[in-house]
Design a protein. Structure first.
Length: 186
């Protein structure tokens, strides 16, 4: 199935999504990679608030390249999500609704997705220009010293994504190859 979703998205509304579904996502998306995740954990450990509302948020694992004159953002392809696996369950438990990146996730993340009714979606790796074209507005909201890893608030329109992990335990990386083999008769 294909869905059009607009943020904010409550986790209860993600229940209809299944691994393999495609989504055109619009609205507010926050960016963060490894260094920003480490700083977020330090804030949480100190009992402080995160620099963006985590409840029902969408977090895109991306470190965009600098934009050229007249562009909102440079190339904005996803980074490998597994590098955030140590941090993701905590953010999901705080109410994060959607993670966007590329690649497989560990079992702790899969369990947190199901426990919290969240989803993990993949962006097209190697298609940074396509993903950048979906970004209509950008604002650096904290940790500018991190350069491309600073936390940004993006406004996106029809960002093409694929559901990898769904709230029901579906995992496209597990079910996809089996479905392909079955369909191809091998």
């Amino acid at each position: 199935m294909q869905y059009k979703l607009t943020t904010p998205i409550a986790q209860k509304d993600l229940g209809r999504l299944r691994a393999g579904d495609t989504v055109l996502l619009s609205g507010t998306v926050y960016t963060a990679r490894d260094a920003a995740h480490q700083r977020m954990m330090e804030l949480l450990d100190a009992g402080k608030q995160l620099p963006f509302p985590v409840k029902n948020s969408v977090l895109y694992y991306v470190g965009p390249t600098p934009e050229r004159p007249g562009e909102v953002i440079g190339s904005a392809g996803p980074t490998t999500s597994g590098r955030m696996d140590a941090y993701s369950p905590r953010l999901l438990d705080l109410g994060q609704a959607i993670m966007v990146g590329k690649g497989a996730r560990n079992q702790a993340v899969k369990d947190a997705v199901v426990r919290n009714g969240a989803v993990y979606m993949a962006a097209l790796g190697g298609a940074g220009a396509l993903m950048a074209a979906c970004v209509k507005k950008l604002e650096v909201i904290c940790w500018e010293d991190l350069g491309c890893e600073a936390v940004r608030r993006l406004e996106v329109e029809d960002m093409p994504l694929t559901v990898i992990l769904d709230a029901h335990g579906g995992d496209l990386y597990a079910s996809g190859p089996a479905a392909y083999l079955e369909a191809s008769g091998t």
